[in-house]
Design a protein. Sequence first.
Length: 185
Amino acid sequence: MAKLIYSAITSLDGYVVDADGRFDWAAPDEEVHAFINDLERPHGTYLYGRRMYEVMVAWETMPDSDDQRGVSRDFTQIWRAAEKVVYSTTLATVTSARTRIERVFDPETIRRLKTSARSDLSIGGPDLAATAIKAGLVDECHLFVTPVLVGGGRQALPDNVRVPLELLDEHRFGSGVVHLHYRLA
């Protein structure tokens, strides 16, 4: 059975986007980006909320040239190769290949997808991930904790949910970013 894995770059105080809607402080350096690429490479399908899709779809038209950093070029190829499912009631069309829109996030459909998938699934966006965590669907979580306090914004993890975690791994990067890998019980 495939795992559903949530990954997020977060501030130390737990936000993926600050109160002004910015996340420039979260841009990974080359070392962190290469690590993220290796985590994302085996995922066959990305599940996104609308806002996360609108951020990530830039990888669809990113120039695949020698001018692009190696880690960016690598992620471009990883992203384009994966299937994408966007959960949205408002998005009319998608602008990337291998992408479909679903109007409703149905936990039973996700359970069946996990059972039939040939590779692990990635879930992106804090709201969609919160729904999946509350439904008991997320198997693992990768948090990249950035050494910055932003004081508010969109939380990486949901309120009002209690889930025991098992630390599987941690890694410290030269930039001060810390990767925490947990299994959700």
